[in-house]
Design a protein. Structure first.
Length: 99
């Protein structure tokens, strides 16, 4: 992706984890986090680390989860932390994941 297209996409994004892959080996070579149109963290080692860092940023900056992703974040956050007390919709997604 050209640099100006990448920057344009970042500026239009509210919250995301992004990665740039090399087409030759299809591995993630560049992983980062975007908040409110700004790449706040870049050159992270993995998507797993980026996910952890995103949760830390959401908590530290007191950000609200995106409404489209609220159940995704709820499941990621609660599956390992308290293992229960999920909303009905999140419980349905969790059961589908474990099938």
């Amino acid at each position: 992706m050209e640099e100006n297209l990448l920057q344009s996409a970042i500026e239009k994004t509210t919250m995301c984890i992004f990665m740039i892959k090399d087409t030759a080996d299809n591995k993630a070579h560049y992983v980062g986090i975007v908040l409110e149109g700004v790449a706040v963290l870049q050159d992270l080692d993995s998507v797993a680390l980026a996910t952890s860092m995103l949760f830390g940023l959401i908590y530290a900056l007191n950000l609200q989860y995106l409404t489209k992703l609220c159940f995704t974040f709820e499941i990621l956050q609660k599956l390992e932390l308290d293992g229960g007390e999920l909303s009905i919709k999140a419980q349905n997604i969790k059961s589908k994941l474990h099938q």
